[in-house]
Ligand binder design. Structure first.
Ligand SMILES: Cc1ncc(COP(=O)(O)O)c(C=O)c1O
Length: 438
């Protein structure tokens, strides 16, 4: 797809509008590009003031390029939209690198970790321990002890086994606990990323919550997470109502994350202010206006800030069938299309303003026929050596990357005001053998 400037936005009526602080969720190139992406005078795609073709030349490909100002603006916008009574937690599974933790901590965001490893990174990234909450449907005793020793703020209890474990381990002045409830609600999203249904590995089923409430040590409140990438704001009202049905006295109510983002040009998710207003009203209505709220957006904070760049290595025409464009990455840097048919768009960064007229399939370099990044996309006459940019890859790309086929995982590059800095270096071949024991 080409990235035609969004004229509506250019005329001052952004697709998503601007909030009081002047934050617009959609930049001049429209969804799903970073807020400060633009087409420069050379007709190339620029992110954070950096020309992506130049970044590809200097740093190699594939690479995860992030608009640092976009990350900051979204963190600020979320904190402002929810207000002082709500802790906005960065669901760090979406983008666990110390530079991201550092940035989020500096912007007043809290943090959710889903393992001992993420806890380690969050602390290394500078999060105050009391601002960290730990999740997981099967935390090991060692991870629970790590969380207790670090004196994190909250642990989310996911099972009766965990209640037993924590009852023995948790000191009275240790982390407070939330009970994760499986509220029996299904947001409209891919089945693999629905989590709030009764038939789920996550959370305590509704029929057993009362029993859990009697036993949970250091109880502070209830939690649920309905799923990911859904646009249905009203489902949060239903969630608050279900949680309130137990009559539990909650200091805090956590309704999870999952706020949808634009992956494609025509995706128009609700604005953050809509999520915030609905969630605040629903919790106030069912639990009282003084109840503290927690939310856990992951992709909303980081997804649209990231663009993956690749180099096109081959273009193969199968007469009467289709044209395959192969890039130097694939399922090792973005598994989402293969895991749950996640859709993306793309553009040729070298000719971003040109009209896209070639209908192609973009594939990776891995030894799997399923290694298809974009099954069908219109591109600007893709040629060998071009830089292909895939936007909205800031969440769960770096996080889920692998070394399949012995590839070295890509660097993470933060771009702001025309300067690029590598915050995670590219792996080397030596890294690949580093854990091997002779
Ligand atoms: C408990 C919990 N909270 C928050 C999130 C973040 O979801 P998203 O990145 O869709 O906002 C997840 C994602 O899996 C999750 O499991």
């Amino acid at each position: 797809m080409s990235v035609q400037p969004n004229t509506e936005q250019a005329q001052g009526e952004g697709l998503a509008g601007r909030d009081d602080a002047g934050f617009s969720e959609v930049g001049p190139l429209g969804p799903p590009y970073p807020i400060d992406a633009r087409i420069n005078e050379a007709g190339r795609l620029e992110v954070g003031g950096c020309d992506l073709v130049e970044i590809a030349r200097t740093h190699g490909t594939p690479a995860y390029v992030f608009a640092e100002n976009d990350l900051r603006a979204r963190a600020r916008a979320a904190v402002a939209a929810f207000g002082p009574q709500t802790a906005v937690l960065f669901a760090s599974k979406a983008f666990p690198c110390t530079a991201a933790y550092r940035l989020m901590a500096a912007e007043g965001v809290y943090c959710d970790v889903a393992s001992g490893g993420e806890l380690h990174l969050a602390l290394k990234g500078g999060f105050a321990s009391e601002r960290i909450l730990m999740h997981g449907n099967n935390k090991t005793p060692a991870e629970l002890q790590q969380a207790i020793d670090a004196r994190i703020g909250h642990i989310v209890i996911d099972s009766f086994d965990e209640i037993e474990r924590l009852s023995e381990m948790l000191p009275a002045d240790g982390p407070r606990t939330l009970i994760r409830v499986a509220p029996g609600l299904k947001p409209s999203t891919h089945a693999y990323i629905q989590t709030g249904q009764t038939d789920s590995k996550f959370g305590i089923p509704l029929s057993q919550v009362e029993q859990a409430l009697k036993k949970a040590p250091n109880f502070a409140g209830l939690h649920c997470h309905l799923g990911s990438q859904f646009f249905d704001v009203d489902i949060f009202r239903a969630a608050a109502e279900v949680l309130a049905g137990f009559g539990a006295k909650c200091e805090v109510v956590n309704v999870g994350g999952g706020f949808g983002i634009p992956y494609l040009e025509h995706d128009h998710p609700p604005r953050i202010a809509e999520y915030a207003g609905t969630i605040r009203d629903a919790v106030a209505e069912h639990f009282g206006a003084d109840t503290r709220i927690m939310v856990e957006p992951g992709r909303w904070l980081v997804g649209n800030a990231g663009v993956t760049i690749y180099t096109i290595g081959t273009v193969k025409e199968i007469p009467g069938v289709r044209r395959y464009v192969a890039v130097d990455g694939g399922m090792s840097d973005n598994i989402r299309p293969m895991l749950y048919q996640a859709e993306y768009t793309a553009t040729i960064a070298d000719r971003a303003a040109a009209k896209p007229a070639s209908d192609v399939r973009v594939v990776g370099m891995h030894c799997e026929s399923g290694d298809v990044i974009l099954p069908e996309v219109l591109l600007q006459d893709p040629a060998v050596g071009d830089t292909l940019a895939v936007p909205a890859t800031g969440a769960y790309g770096h996080a889920m990357a692998s070394n399949y086929n012995g590839v070295t995982r890509p660097p993470v590059i933060f771009c702001a005001d025309g300067a690029a800095r590598v915050v995670v270096r590219r792996e080397t071949h030596d890294d690949l053998a580093r854990r091997d024991v002779e």
